[in-house]
Design a protein around this ligand. Structure first.
Ligand code: UD1
Ligand code: CA
Length: 466
C-alpha cells in the first residue's frame, strides 16, 4: 500500500527521573521492556517500517528489541526535536504519514494509533496531535488553543505561564506528521527555553505559522497515554498493564481468583478452565494447559506445564511438567527438570536438571540433582543424590519400578536397576542390579541392661562431686 504509515519511536533518553543505571525504556513491565509495548502497538496499527532512535545504552536497547526494527543513533541527547532530526535520512522522504511516538508510553493501544491515523487522513492535516485531559497534568506539555478552539501550539511545563499551567489538556507525545512539513519546521527549532533543549513540540507552532493544518485528537482514556518518567509512573503503568493481561485471560476462559495478587507476564499462555489462585507469579514464556490449578503461592518462570496439573506453594524455573502431575507444597524445581505424566513431587523437594518418569514419586524432603528416574519409581523421604564433588557433577540413574528407602544417599555416578530396592539409611556407592536389595549401613546391635548400668555410674559420680 502506497501510504502505509511509518513509525518513529524516540528512545535515546537516559530517563534521569528514574534514578537508574538502566535506560528508562528498558525497564521491564510484565516481562517485556517498556519500549516493546510501543513498537508492538505501532506495528499492530499498521506501521510496517518502524525506526527507533537510540542513544543512552543504545547497544543494549538494540539487543533487547531484536529483529524487525531499524535503528538510528542520537549520540547526544539534546531534546526530542533533535532526536527526530537524526532520523531524517531514514524517514524524511517517502509515502504515507509519519507516526512519532515516545518510548516511555507503554500503555498506548493500536486502536488509538489507528484512530489518530484515520483522523489525520480524513482531515488532510499537516500534523495531528494526540491529546488527553488530565485532572493533574503535572509534567506534561500543555496544549494551547485559540478562541476558535484551534490548536496553536504546545508549551512545556517548565516554560509555561500560570494561565498555561492551568490548562488540563496535555500533549501525549504521540503525533502524526506529513514528513516534509515536519523536517522543514524542525530545522527552525531553537533551544532557547528553560531546559536548553530542541523541543519537538515547538514544531506545532511553527507548522501553524507556516499555514499548515494542525489537528488534534482528544483521547478519553487518559490511562492509555500515561508517560512513564519515574518509578511511581512505572508501578502505575505496570498495574494497568497487568489488569489488561488478566482481563484477556479471564475472557479466554481462565479463572483468576484474585486479580489484585496475581502477576502474569505478557507472553504467558494459559488454557481454558485453568485456575490461578492468589499470590501467584507467572513469568517469561510460561505455557500452561487446560484444567490446571496453580497456587496459592506459586512462582513459575519459563516453564511448560500440561493439563490437569496441580502446583501449590512452589517455585518452578525452566522446567517441563507433564499432564496430571502434582507439585508442592514447598518444592523448588530448577532449570532442566522434566516431570512425567502423573508424577508426584511432594513437600520440600528440590529437583535440578533431572527427569522424573511418569507416575514416579518424590514425596518428601528430597534433593534430586542430575538424575534420571524411570517410570513408577518411589523415592522415600530424605533421599539425596550426592551429585557434586566440589569440581564436577555426576549422574544418578534409577530405573523403572525401583524403590529407594528413606534417608538414602545415592553417591553419583551410580545406577539402581529396574525393580531394585535400596534399604532405608543406605549410602549407595555401587550400582544395584535389577531386582536385588541393596543394604549399605551398619547392622544394629542391642546391648541389654546398658541404660541401667549407665545411670547408676552417673549418679555415683554426681554424689562424689557434691
Ligand atoms: C514530552 C513532551 C511533552 C509531553 C510528554 C508526554 C517534549 C519537549 N515534551 O515530555 O510535551 O507532554 O513528553 O509524555 O517533547 N528522548 C530522546 N532524545 C532526547 C530526549 C528525549 O530520544 O534527546 C526520548 C526519551 O527517551 C523519551 C521521550 O523522548 O522516550 C520523551 O522524553 P522525556 O524526557 O520523557 O519528555 P517529557 O519531559 O516527558
Ligand atoms: Ca516522558
Amino acid at each position: 500500500m502506497a501510504d502505509t504509515a511509518t513509525a518513529l519511536v524516540l528512545a535515546a533518553g537516559q530517563g534521569t527521573r528514574m534514578k537508574s543505571r538502566l535506560a528508562k525504556v528498558l525497564h521491564p513491565i510484565a516481562g517485556k521492556p517498556m519500549l516493546a509495548y510501543v513498537t508492538s502497538a505501532a506495528r499492530a496499527a499498521g506501521a510496517e517500517d518502524i525506526v527507533v532512535v537510540v542513544g543512552y545504552q543504545g547497544e543494549r536497547v538494540m539487543e533487547a528489541m531484536g529483529e524487525g526494527l531499524r535503528f538510528v543513533w542520537q549520540r547526544e541527547q539534546k531534546g526530542t526535536g533533535h532526536a527526530v532530526l537524526q532520523a531524517e535520512g531514514l524517514v524524511g522522504k517517502g509515502e504515507g504519514p509519519l507516526l512519532v511516538l515516545y518510548g516511555d508510553t507503554p500503555l498506548i493501544t493500536s486502536d488509538c494509533l489507528a484512530e489518530l491515523l484515520t483522523k489525520h487522513r480524513q482531515t488532510a492535516a499537516t500534523v495531528t496531535i494526540l491529546t488527553t485531559e488530565l485532572p493533574r497534568p503535572r509534567g506534561y506539555g500543555r496544549v494551547i488553543r485559540d478562541g476558535a478552539g484551534r490548536v496553536t501550539g504546545i508549551v512545556e511545563e517548565a516554560d509555561a505561564t500560570p494561565e498555561q499551567l492551568a490548562v488540563k489538556e496535555v500533549n501525549t507525545g504521540i503525533y502524526c506528521f506529513e514528513r516534509e512539513a515536519l523536517f522543514d519546521a524542525l530545522r527552525e527549532v531553537r533551544r532557547d527555553n528553560a531546559q536548553g533543549e530542541y523541543y519537538l513540540t515547538d514544531v506545532i507552532g511553527l507548522i501553524m505559522e507556516r499555514g499548515g493544518k494542525v489537528e488534534a485528537l482528544q483521547w478519553e482514556d487518559s490511562e492509555s497515554v500515561l508517560g512513564v518518567n519515574d518509578r511511581i509512573d512505572l508501578a502505575r503503568a505496570a498495574a494497568l498493564l497487568r489488569g489488561r493481561i488478566l482481563e484477556k485471560l479471564m475472557l479466554s476462559g481462565v479463572t483468576v481468583v484474585d486479580p489484585t495478587s496475581t502477576y502474569v507476564d505478557a507472553e504467558v499462555r494459559i488454557g481454558r478452565d485453568s485456575v490461578i489462585y492468589p499470590m501467584t507469579v507467572l513469568e517469561g514464556r510460561t505455557v500452561i494447559g487446560e484444567g490446571t490449578v496453580i497456587g496459592p503461592g506459586a512462582r513459575i518462570k519459563d516453564t511448560v506445564i500440561g493439563s490437569g496439573v496441580r502446583i501449590v506453594d512452589s517455585t518452578v524455573e525452566e522446567s517441563r511438567i507433564g499432564d496430571g502431575a502434582t507439585v508442592g507444597p514447598y518444592s523448588h524445581l530448577r532449570r532442566g527438570t522434566v516431570v512425567g505424566e502423573g508424577a508426584k513431587i511432594g513437600n520440600y523437594a528440590e529437583i535440578k536438571g533431572s527427569v522424573i518418569g511418569a507416575r514416579s514419586k518424590v514425596s518428601h524432603h528430597s534433593y534430586i540433582g542430575d538424575a534420571r528416574l524411570g517410570e513408577g519409581v518411589n523415592i522415600g523421604a530424605g533421599v539425596v543424590t550426592v551429585n557434586y564433588d566440589g569440581f564436577d557433577k555426576y549422574q544418578t540413574d534409577v530405573e523403572d519400578g525401583a524403590f529407594i528407602g528413606c534417608n538414602v544417599n545415592l553417591v553419583a555416578p551410580v545406577k539402581v536397576e529396574r525393580e531394585a530396592y535400596v534399604a532405608a539409611g543406605s549410602t549407595i556407592t555401587k550400582d544395584v542390579p535389577e531386582g536385588s536389595l541393596a543394604v549399605a549401613r551398619e547392622r544394629q546391635s542391642n546391648i541389654s541392661g546398658w541404660v541401667r548400668r549407665f545411670k547408676r555410674r552417673k549418679s555415683r559420680n554426681d554424689n562424689r562431686d557434691s
